[in-house]
Design a protein around this ligand. Structure first.
Ligand SMILES: NC(=O)C1=CN([C@@H]2O[C@H](COP(=O)(O)OP(=O)(O)OC[C@H]3O[C@@H](n4cnc5c(N)ncnc54)[C@H](OP(=O)(O)O)[C@@H]3O)[C@@H](O)[C@H]2O)C=CC1
Ligand SMILES: O=C(O)[C@@H]1CCC=N1
Length: 309
């Protein structure tokens, strides 16, 4: 997926937390030169870890990072792509803080924050902290993406949506950067669908972790030693996942192949259907999707303080 990744481009990360680390790790595993990556991160220990683990450049100055410089007075070639990898509740402040630099250097700006809309992001990147328009009526080139934590092991699943200002070259760059950590990446036709992607694959890893917790706990209650139950449950999840990917067979067909008539699986599936498993998963995906929409609305306004995420 990353075969066409252009390693000469300069990439800036604003925020050096979990997701930034995952994506940087994937880029480096794909041969990206660490000196073409700069991370702006306020926490000193995180910066030191980024430097020692990856050898990337770091700074505490977000606007300087957009200029791809540790010193804003000494800018040679600015960033081609700026990835906003901060929590949704601080996105507004962060975006307004780099608005001048984005307007000046014109990178494609990629946001991974749940719920935050491109309309809001465009507004924040076009105004200073006092709300004055600094855009000169030019909207920035924006891409909204939703990756997931399996990106950490280069097995991510990612949805993407680009604003109309994004060029084909910028789209390819954004796709390939996310592709460095994703086995599956798709453009969606409408931005709202990214909330559905969040409900499916963004939050999805947690559903599988919960399932492994439940399976292992049940088997432990029935007498298996905890480490044996954990080991079997984890590998069952991984093995089933590998079959889904490697065979590309319909999941319902794969399920049928495990299910002997009136056998053990048949009994288990009947029990799951009777417990309302289908509805429970539907409700979960709907709840996460709605929450994504809510977060976008909640953090759209400056005066509203939302939950800690
Ligand atoms: N975790 C997940 O499964 C997924 C998360 N996302 C999205 O990714 C985004 C980041 O999440 P995640 O990596 O988990 O969060 P983290 O908290 O791990 O990372 C955010 C980083 O931003 C830093 N930061 C805080 N304030 C600023 C600032 N003003 N300027 C620059 N950096 C700052 C934080 O530093 P400090 O620690 O010092 O506060 C932290 O290192 C979120 O918007 C989330 O919605 C998307 C897909 C999946
Ligand atoms: O729970 C969240 O809000 C983030 C977004 C998707 C996964 N984690």
């Amino acid at each position: 997926m990353s075969a066409k990744l252009d390693t000469t481009k300069r990439i800036t990360f604003i925020g050096g937390g979990n997701m930034a680390n995952a994506i940087i790790g994937g880029l480096l595993a794909n041969g990206y030169p660490p000196t073409n990556i700069i991370v702006s991160e306020p926490f000193e220990a995180s910066r030191e870890k980024l430097q020692s683990t990856f050898g990337v450049l770091t700074t505490t100055d977000n606007a300087a990072a957009v200029a791809f410089s540790q010193d804003p007075k000494n800018v040679t070639t600015p960033a081609d792509l700026v990835m906003l990898a901060v929590k949704p509740q601080i996105m507004r402040d962060v975006a307004q803080g780099i608005a001048h630099a984005v307007q000046k250097h014109k990178p494609v700006v990629v946001t991974i924050a749940a719920g935050i809309t491109l309309k809001d992001l465009a507004k924040w990147l076009s105004s200073d902290a006092q709300g004055n328009d600094i855009s000169g009526a030019r909207s920035p080139a924006l891409v909204r993406v939703m990756p997931n934590t399996p990106a950490l092991v280069l097995e991510g699943a990612t949805g993407l949506f680009a604003s109309s200002e994004v060029t084909e070259e910028q789209k390819t760059l954004a796709f390939n950067v996310l592709g460095a950590v994703s086995k599956s990446a798709f453009w969606v036709e409408r931005e709202e669908l990214l909330d559905v992607v969040t409900g499916l694959s963004g939050s999805g890893p947690a559903y599988f972790f919960l399932m492994v917790e439940c399976l292992a706990a049940a088997a432990t209650e029935l007498g298996l030693p905890s480490e044996v139950a954990q080991g079997l449950a984890r590998q069952t999840c991984l093995g089933a996942g590998r079959m889904l990917v490697d065979t590309a067979e319909d999941p319902a067909e794969l399920r049928r192949k495990v299910t002997s008539p009136n056998g053990t699986t048949h009994a288990a599936i009947q029990s799951l259907e009777a417990s309302g498993m289908r509805q429970a998963f539907k409700d979960a995906v709907v709840a996460a999707t709605k929450r994504g929409e809510e977060l976008g609305k909640m953090f759209s306004q400056p005066t509203v303080s939302g939950p800690k995420l």
